[in-house]
Design a protein around this ligand. Structure first.
Ligand code: GDP
Length: 295
C-alpha cells in the first residue's frame, strides 16, 4: 500500500519523541524520504535535492513541540516551504484593458484551446467581462473548428479567418474587431507543435511584438513531468511569459511540475485546469498544490 509522506515521516521520526530539538542526525534519513517523495511526485531531481538541502537547514534546531509529533512538524516545515516556493499567495492575473490582450502559448496537445475556452468562460461568468476568442492556429483547421464549437458552447464570440495564413494579421484584426465590438478582453489561441520548433517560436514572438499582450500564459501538461521544465524554459527564453497554466491535473499526476517550473523559470502559476469541461478551471493556490505534491 502507498504510504503518504506524512506516514513515512511519522515512522522515521518515531524515536524522536521526547527530544528537545531536531538534530542533523535525526534529519538526514528524513530528508532522504522527502527527496524521494518529491521525485515520486515528478519534481526534477536536482530541484528536489536543492529543496531538501534547504529544508535540512531550516529544520535543524527546530523545537520538537509536545503538541504535535516530530513527523507532523517536519511535514509542516516542508509544506510551508513548498508553498512559499510556489509563490505563497495566489498570483495576480491582469485582465484590465481596452481591450486586455491575452496570448496563449504552448505545445500542441498541452490543452491550449481547451484552456482558452475555459478562460473566456471564467472571465465572462465570474468577472463579468465580454471576451473575444481568437483562433490563430493557421495550420490546423480542426483547431479553429474546436475553438468555434467551444465559443458556441459558452456563448462567447470567436474570431476566425479561415483563408488568412498570417497569424500575426489575424491577431491584429481580432484586436481591432474587439475594439469595434466593445469586447474588453481578447484571448488568442496560438499554434503549437509537438516539440519546440523554431518556426513556432518565431511566429508566436511575432504575434507578441505586434499586439503587445498584457498577459502571456504558457500552457503545459502536468502529466509531462520532467519535460515540462525544458519546455517552460524554452518558451520563457523566447516569450518572457507572465504566467503558467498547468493542465490535466485531474489525471493521476501529483503535480511536481508546478514546483519544478516555478523553481526554474520563476514565473507564477496562475491557473490549473482539471478536466475537459468548460468550468474545470481553478486559480492556482500554492498551498493546495504543496499538499498534493506531498501526497
Ligand atoms: P492544444 O493542442 O494545446 O490546443 O490542446 P487541446 O486543448 O486540444 O487539448 C488536447 C486534449 O487534452 C484534448 O483532448 C482535451 O480535451 C484534453 N484536455 C485539455 N485540458 C484538459 C484537462 O485539464 N484535463 C483533461 N483530462 N483533459 C484535458
Amino acid at each position: 500500500m502507498f504510504n503518504s509522506l506524512q506516514d513515512k515521516l511519522e515512522s522515521a521520526f518515531k524515536n524522536l519523541k521526547g527530544q528537545a530539538r531536531i538534530t542533523e542526525l535525526n534529519v538526514a534519513a528524513t530528508v532522504k524520504e522527502i527527496r524521494r517523495a518529491l521525485v515520486d511526485a515528478d519534481v526534477n531531481y536536482k530541484i528536489a535535492k536543492e529543496f531538501t538541502d534547504k529544508i535540512k537547514d531550516k529544520a535543524m534546531g527546530e523545537k520538537v513541540l509536545n503538541a504535535i509529533s516530530p513527523g507532523q512538524l517536519m511535514v509542516k516545515i516542508v509544506k510551508d516551504e513548498l508553498t512559499e516556493l510556489m509563490g505563497g499567495e495566489e498570483a495576480v492575473f491582469n485582465a484590465k484593458g481596452s481591450p486586455a490582450v491575452i496570448l496563449i502559448a504552448g505545445l500542441q496537445g498541452s490543452g491550449k484551446t481547451t484552456f482558452s475556452g475555459k478562460l473566456a468562460n471564467f472571465l465572462k461568468s465570474k468577472k463579468g467581462l465580454s471576451p473575444l476568442l481568437v483562433a490563430a492556429d493557421i495550420y490546423r483547421p480542426a483547431a479553429m473548428e474546436q475553438l468555434r464549437v467551444l465559443g458556441e458552447q459558452i456563448g462567447v464570440d470567436v474570431h476566425i479567418e479561415p483563408e488568412n495564413k498570417d497569424a500575426v494579421s489575424i491577431a491584429q484584426n481580432a484586436v481591432a474587431t474587439a475594439r469595434s465590438k466593445n469586447k474588453n478582453v481578447v484571448i488568442i489561441d496560438t499554434a503549437g507543435r509537438l516539440a519546440i520548433d523554431e518556426a513556432m517560436m518565431t511566429e508566436v514572438s511575432n504575434i507578441k511584438n505586434a499586439i503587445n499582450p498584457q498577459e502571456i500564459l504558457f500552457v503545459v501538461d502536468s502529466m509531462t513531468g520532467q519535460d515540462a521544465v525544458n519546455t517552460a524554459k524554452a518558451f520563457n527564453e523566447r516569450l518572457d511569459f507572465s504566467g503558467v497554466v498547468l493542465t490535466k491535473l485531474d489525471g493521476d499526476t501529483r503535480g511536481g511540475a508546478a514546483l519544478s517550473i516555478k523553481y526554474t523559470v520563476n514565473k507564477p502559476i496562475k491557473f490549473v485546469s482539471n478536466g475537459e469541461k468548460m468550468d474545470a478551471l481553478d486559480v492556482f493556490y500554492p498551498e493546495r498544490m504543496a499538499q498534493r505534491i506531498l501526497g
